[in-house]
Design a protein around this ligand. Structure first.
Ligand SMILES: NC(=O)c1ccc[n+]([C@@H]2O[C@H](COP(=O)([O-])OP(=O)(O)OC[C@H]3O[C@@H](n4cnc5c(N)ncnc54)[C@H](OP(=O)(O)O)[C@@H]3O)[C@@H](O)[C@H]2O)c1
Length: 255
């Protein structure tokens, strides 16, 4: 018996999870990406790209494609798709589990200012001119256009187009993960004295936080949105274990 699994991805963990589950002949995996990046990272399993059209569209997609298990492995700040996933799973009567990586927690030497959301992060910059490293997505960058007194460094996977309406911005395009050493070099090269980041958690983007700690740089850290309460795991390995248990209990029930 083969089980069809739809993984909602767009993260390094989703890719690693897909690779791990694909080693079992019991699963047929389809990975879904939103299609935000122009040249998405190569994936170890078949991929579909683009939105489903809300929770109803996702429920229909799963019914039409005989999906047995939905795994939400999206980014912790991708709250809408996580809510859609929880709702669609109930509507279609399909089991769901989620990969919810822990948030970063404060360590000795961290100079964090926790803020609730992007507007609060913008307000936190209402100060004398500084050199600010913005590690955010394009839509999240736009609200910073009101704070014109700062010099910004913006790093993104694809170029920021059109450019921001700001007088002093340096753009770099790069895809993580980055090492702590790389991040220290970058922060020093650009004389950064403030970082704005989401509290994404996980290893892939933690190096900038470690580098800030090392250099004593302040971080304005945006707290996570609330996510729906579904069965979840904190790591790829833990989620692969949950999927294995799920498979065995389905087998036991003869499903
Ligand atoms: N937000 C971040 O900081 C961040 C960082 C790194 C990676 N990502 C990844 O980038 C993607 C988009 O993030 P977002 O914050 O824009 O999401 P979002 O606000 O939660 O979702 C907006 C819409 O995009 C579509 N969508 C999102 N993820 C999808 C997926 N994996 N497959 C198919 N459709 C998807 C859905 O459209 P429909 O309603 O039409 O289905 C959803 O309603 C996600 O896959 C996420 O994992 C996000």
């Amino acid at each position: 018996m083969t089980y069809s699994i739809l993984i909602l991805g767009g993260t390094a963990e989703a890719k690693a999870l897909a690779a791990q589950l694909a080693t079992s002949p019991d699963y047929q995996i389809l990975l879904s990406l939103a299609g935000r990046t122009k040249a998405p990272a190569e994936q170890p399993v078949p991929v579909r790209i683009g939105g489903f059209g809300g929770p109803e569209g996702l429920a229909d997609f799963m019914r039409d494609n005989g999906i047995d298990l939905l795994i939400d492995a999206t980014h912790p700040f991708a709250a809408r798709i996580s809510r859609n996933a929880a709702e669609a799973a109930v509507a279609a009567g399909i089991d769901i589990m989620a990969l919810r990586r822990p948030a970063w927690s404060r360590q000795k030497g961290d100079r964090w200012q926790d803020v609730a959301d992007i507007p609060a992060a913008v307000q936190a910059l209402d100060i004398a001119p500084r050199r600010v490293f913005l590690t955010l997505g394009r839509q999240e960058l736009l609200p910073f256009e009101v704070m014109k007194q700062h010099r910004y460094l913006v790093r993104s996977v694809d170029p920021v187009e059109p450019p921001l309406q700001l007088p002093h911005v340096t753009y770099i395009t790069a895809r993580g993960p980055f090492s702590e050493w790389d991040e220290i070099q970058l922060l020093e090269k650009h004389g950064i004295d403030l970082i704005v980041s989401k509290n994404s958690g996980g290893a892939a983007s933690a190096a900038k936080i470690a580098a800030a700690r090392r250099l004593g740089i302040k971080v304005v850290l945006i707290e996570r949105p609330r996510l729906p309460d579904v069965p979840s795991a904190r790591s790829v390995e833990e989620l692969a274990g949950m999927a294995r248990h799920w498979k065995l209990s389905r087998r036991k029930r003869g499903e």
